[in-house]
Structure formats: structure tokens, C-alpha cells
Design a protein around this ligand. Structure first.
Ligand SMILES: Nc1ncnc2c1ncn2[C@@H]1O[C@H](COP(=O)(O)OP(=O)(O)OP(=O)(O)O)[C@@H](O)[C@H]1O
Ligand SMILES: [Mg+2]
Ligand SMILES: [Zn+2]
Length: 335
């Protein structure tokens, strides 16, 4: 089992970085127990939407809520966890089977009362992928509210969901997760897995995951075979640069010695570091130290933005770097 699945939160309280959502959902569990909402969860990938949808489905049905979290022990929680009830249906609209028979398989059956749960729950993941026809069928279904049916829709692309659907749902906006929170989460996974890790390595992973918790956990998974997660391993196995390397590279550019800089570019490339990622990481770093030298930060971020703009379409990434850096040096020499 992947670490991302193993450490998928099972309660509202263990979802990180989304308390603005989980607090409201818990409050709903505590106040209107007989609510008739449909939900739309949207936001960036890997931030907890599918996870929250499953927790919400259990909370709505749980027979023994624990501080407004699903207990994960009662009959209802367990049958949902084990996928043993027809009253809980999860559809991935991104897959063909999800869309082809949504009408017959799902929406027509929504009319019947639940068999063994309190409420029938339909989770439609990647809902933006539904066809126009399927959206119309869905709309018809959620237009007639039924007490014992609830739809939980999740998507990364809310702009592709028709207004008519959005307006019939309670909408929750998932946020990118702060790298400090991700770092804490990773640290606790490492402890539970008995992996040793350095703070620098955890910080680096949290940073390159760019606010996506799933990617962060996936990176830990990838390097976990080494048991020892340090900056050196991360650099080597994930093809990313350490903070030190980025700082050194920027200092080199400031010295203006073309030959040494170009050698360093080749060297970074030969270490197996992805130069597209390297440019992104460098920009992130500049953003953090911008005020230290505004003039340099401005010029160099323009240079790296140029690099990112062209690097994907060009077979020799080192040349892109060299051309951009040469232009940068020439421009600054004339000043
Ligand atoms: N907010 C979070 N708190 C804790 N773990 C999280 C969070 N978000 C994501 N994860 C981790 O990432 C994995 C994937 O999360 P999930 O499937 O909920 O993301 P998602 O928002 O639905 O992503 P996508 O948009 O790609 O479908 C989870 O199993 C869990 O390990
Ligand atoms: Mg999802
Ligand atoms: Zn329960």
C-alpha cells in the first residue's frame, strides 16, 4: 500500500491545512443532524478533496460520532470503509465507466431509499469531466431534494461545472497547503514508519511539492526505501536541488564569471537535476530573499522566467541557461 493511502486521513481532525472547511462540516454535524445539503468540494490537486468527501460520507452516516468526527468503528463507517454497501457510491467521472452509465447506474437508482445506511451518498469525483448530457441528468436529480440522498461533488476545475449545479450545492474551497503544515505531516509519517529524516530534507520535500500534500507524501514514499531521508538522497533520487546549491549558484551569477557559471550549469545537469525544476526552485528561493537585493532579484527573476518559458520546448536545457545567463550578464555589465 502506498504511503499516501496508508496515511489518508480518516477523520476531519486529521485533515491538514483545511480547518476553514472541516470546522464548518463538524459544526454542521453538531447542529443540523437532519440536513439536506449537496456539497461541492473544489481546489488544487492533492489537497484533500476526495479524502474529505469520504470522511463527510461517513460522518453523515456514523452511529457514534466522536467529537463530530466519524468513529470509523460502527457498522455504517465500516461498511463504507470496506465498500460493502450499495448506499455509498463513488464515481470517478474521469473514467469512461463513470460517465457512460451515470444515468442508469446512478441517478435513476438515487430515487430509491437507502438499504442499510441513514443516507445514500453519491461521491462524484472529477465532476467537471461529466458530459453536458450527464450534467443535465445530475441537475434533474439534485433539483428534487430527497431527505435520504446526498451528493458530494469534487473537482479541481470549478469553472467547468455549470452554474446551475454550483448554485444547488454548498461550496467549499480547498486551499493549497502551507509547507510548514506539510512538513509537520511528513515528519509524523517518517516517525511512524521509523524512517530517519533531517529537517532540511523534510523542508525541501515540502517545498518542491508546491502545496500538494499528495506529491509530498509520494516523494517520501519514493525515497523511503533508503530509510534515511536527507538532502543528499533527495537531490540524488528526486532530481531536485538542495537549498545550498541554489544559493551557491545565485552567488556565482553575481560574481559574473561566465566560464565558472557555465561549468556549474553543466555540473548541475550532470548530477541529474531537472533543469526545469531547478529554475522553478530558484524562483521560489528568490521570492523569499527578494528584499535582500531588489535590483538583483528583479533582474535574475526575469532571467529565470525566460528560462522556464523556453526550456520545455528545447532539447538542450543547458543551452537555454547559458543563453539566458549570458544575456543577463551582458545587460548588467552595461549598467
Ligand atoms: N489536507 C490533507 N491532509 C492530509 N493528507 C492529505 C491532504 N490532502 C491530501 N492528502 C494526502 O494526499 C492523498 C490524496 O489526497 P486526496 O485524494 O484527498 O486529494 P484530492 O484533493 O482529491 O486530489 P485530486 O484533485 O488530485 O483528486 C491522501 O491520501 C493523503 O495522503
Ligand atoms: Mg480527488
Ligand atoms: Zn461510525
Amino acid at each position: 500500500m502506498s504511503l499516501a493511502n496508508k496515511y489518508r486521513p480518516q477523520t476531519f481532525d486529521t485533515i491538514i491545512g483545511q480547518t476553514h472547511i472541516t470546522e464548518i462540516l463538524k459544526a454542521q454535524m453538531s447542529t443540523h443532524k437532519e440536513m439536506h445539503h449537496n456539497y461541492l468540494l473544489f481546489g488544487p490537486r492533492g489537497t484533500g478533496k476526495t479524502t474529505a468527501a469520504r470522511i463527510l460520507a461517513k460522518a453523515i452516516n456514523c452511529l457514534d460520532l466522536q467529537d463530530w468526527n466519524p468513529c470509523n468503528k460502527c457498522f455504517n463507517c465500516q461498511t463504507i470503509n470496506e465498500g460493502k454497501t450499495l448506499d455509498y457510491v463513488e464515481i470517478d467521472a474521469a473514467s469512461h465507466t463513470g460517465v457512460d452509465n451515470i444515468r442508469e447506474e446512478i441517478l435513476d437508482r438515487a430515487a430509491y431509499p437507502p438499504v442499510n445506511l441513514k443516507k445514500k451518498i453519491y461521491v462524484i469525483d472529477e465532476v467537471h469531466m461529466l458530459s453536458k448530457w450527464a450534467f443535465n441528468a445530475l441537475l434533474k436529480t439534485i433539483e428534487e431534494p430527497r431527505d435520504n440522498v446526498c451528493f458530494i461533488l469534487a473537482t479541481t476545475e470549478i469553472q467547468k461545472v455549470p452554474e446551475t449545479i454550483i448554485s444547488r450545492c454548498q461550496v467549499f474551497n480547498f486551499k493549497k497547503v502551507d509547507k510548514k503544515e506539510i512538513g509537520k505531516f511528513l515528519k509524523s509519517i517518517c516517525e511512524q514508519e521509523a524512517l530517519t529524516s533531517t529537517d532540511e530534507a523534510i523542508e525541501l520535500i515540502a517545498k518542491i511539492a508546491e502545496w500538494c500534500v499528495r506529491d509530498a507524501v509520494k516523494y517520501i514514499d519514493q525515497v523511503s526505501v533508503l530509510w534515511n531521508i536527507d538532502e543528499h538522497h533527495i537531490t540524488k533520487f528526486l532530481g531536485v536541488a538542495s537549498e545550498t546549491l541554489i544559493k551557491d549558484f545565485l552567488s556565482l551569477i553575481q560574481t559574473g564569471d561566465t566560464k565558472i557559471i557555465f561549468e556549474k550549469v553543466d555540473d548541475i545537469h550532470n548530477q541529474g537535476i531537472d533543469l526545469h525544476n531547478f529554475a522553478k526552485q530558484t524562483l521560489m528561493h528568490i521570492d523569499q530573499i527578494f528584499l535582500e537585493d531588489i535590483e538583483f532579484s528583479t533582474n535574475i527573476s526575469e532571467t529565470f522566467t525566460d528560462i522556464i518559458g523556453s526550456i520545455r520546448h528545447y532539447p538542450y536545457p543547458t543551452i537555454i541557461y547559458k543563453v539566458a545567463i549570458h544575456k543577463h550578464l551582458a545587460k548588467n555589465k552595461n549598467k
